[in-house]
Design a protein. Structure first.
Length: 458
């Protein structure tokens, strides 16, 4: 549920948000052509994603590298087809200078692939970062946590550098519209990208079914091998989601500034160092930078509370004689599912209200200038936290699987026990707080954009 429904909702929000932002900015700059182009690109991307699935095939008994290559071939084929389609679409629309727009769309696609590759390097057990965490397990769980956090912090460098370069180049080639349309380009082949991401939870659940059905051990071994590949594709999907969220949120921020100021060409202007008493950008930056930390605190507590409730329920079932195999005593899976489902809804009320209330309250009380600062601070702080938490969590998870594969004593060793601690901390990092920050920065921007007419009038 979390790995596919949650990630699907996150990426779909980026997908729709990028189209809204590009259309809003395009209307003022290019008229109806500026509104239609993101819709045409997205439509072409859907068809290209469908065609891309036919390029995903492999032989019986393929190894991990061959399986990963098969999944990558589908993404690469879809991206290449989209580049060709956009090359046919743009000349027919009557843009005065179509080549710069074409370039930023292609760059958006390339940037998405590069961010995914950087994330894979930081979280896959085939590379140094995860192997270094496994090595640190020899000295206990504390060093696993320290090393994992360090890997997560360093992993923020490649995605931020890539996205920053994309923003700079897009602004120089096609202005603020270029930033928005590059986000559309990055997300256009979402169909195939999300399909490769969905692969992970599908094989994970297949493994769970095989274990509960007590199938032959060879079945579980095969699903475990596929699941290890699924962890890599899931981490890549999270990196892609964060990069697209940054671009989408930035595009929505520019659209908000344009709607409030009524100036599409200079919508990025915000004087942070203005010392006049009416300047509210700097206070807004501090409030915005604080928001992801408070939001993450709520989501981490939510995981802790619900996990504690599940542990108590499992202990209750153990006390009834479940482990001993007492007559008539069977595992009550429904009770645990009920606890986590109820908690997931209840515990999300506070962070959900926070993400909506902050732009509304501060926008109305302190004005649009402050809100620009809040959105900017939120994007910067939230993006860095999201990358760090998602990648650190993914690295801890694959560190455990790397040791379970036979490294450093294998399953049941002291190193494995230390890695399990890291994986336990990493799960709320990579599956809850990290991905949820993507939604926070986009939702704050969307709420602000909806409020723009009211703030303009006030």
């Amino acid at each position: 549920v979390g790995d596919i429904a949650g990630m699907g909702a996150d990426l779909f929000e980026s997908y729709v948000g990028s189209i809204i932002a590009a259309s809003s900015l395009g209307l003022d700059i290019y008229g109806l052509n500026g509104v239609a182009l993101p819709l045409y690109i997205s439509s072409a991307g859907i068809l290209c994603s469908i065609f891309g699935t036919y390029f995903v095939h492999t032989k019986e008994g393929a190894n991990q590298e061959e399986l990963l290559k098969a999944l990558r071939s589908g993404t690469a084929a879809s991206s290449l087809l989209l580049v060709i389609c956009v090359g046919f679409i743009l000349p027919t629309m009557g843009f005065d200078a179509p080549m710069p727009i074409y370039c930023v769309i292609v760059l958006g696609l390339v940037a998405g692939i590069m961010v995914g590759s950087a994330t894979e390097y930081c979280t896959s057990d085939a590379y140094g970062p995860v192997q270094s965490i496994a090595k640190s397990a020899e000295t206990g769980p504390a060093t696993v946590l320290i090393r994992g956090l360090a890997v997560g912090m360093f992993s923020t460098i490649p995605p931020i550098v890539i996205v920053t370069l994309l923003i700079v180049v897009s602004l120089n080639l096609a202005g603020v519209y270029g930033v928005a349309i590059s986000a559309v380009g990055m997300l256009a082949t979402l169909g195939i990208t999300l399909a490769t991401d969905a692969y992970g939870p599908v094989v994970d659940n297949a493994g769970g079914i095989a274990e509960m059905a007590e199938l032959d051990p060879i079945v579980r071994e095969r699903t475990d091998a596929l699941d290890a590949l699924g962890n890599t594709t899931a981490a890549t999907g999270k990196g892609f989601a964060i990069a697209s969220a940054i671009l989408t949120a930035l595009s929505l921020l520019v659209a908000f500034q344009k709607d409030v100021s009524g100036d599409g060409e200079h919508a990025l202007v915000a004087d942070i160092v203005d010392t006049s008493s009416t300047n509210m950008v700097m206070p807004g930056l501090l409030i915005g930078a604080l928001t992801p930390y408070v939001f993450s605190g709520f989501t981490m507590l939510a995981v802790g509370k619900s996990a504690g409730a599940v542990i108590e329920e499992v202990r209750r079932q153990f006390r009834l004689g479940l482990i001993e195999g007492s007559d008539g005593i069977k595992p009550d899976y429904a009770a645990c599912v009920h606890i986590v489902t109820k908690a997931s809804l209840k515990e999300m009320i506070a962070p959900g209200m926070l993400s909506i209330a902050i732009p509304v309250v501060f926008g109305l009380l302190l004005g649009p200038q402050c809100l620009v600062g809040i959105l900017t601070g939120g994007i910067i702080s939230g993006a860095l936290m999201a990358i760090m938490m998602s990648n650190a969590g993914g690295a801890w998870d694959n560190c455990k699987k790397y040791i379970e594969g036979g490294a450093f004593g294998g399953k049941g060793s002291e190193c494995h026990k230390a890695a399990v601690v890291g994986d336990t901390v990493g799960d709320p990092f990579k599956d809850t707080s990290g991905p949820a920050l993507n939604i926070l920065i986009k939702l704050m921007s969307i709420v602000s954009l909806v409020m723009a007419p009211v703030l303009k009038l006030s």
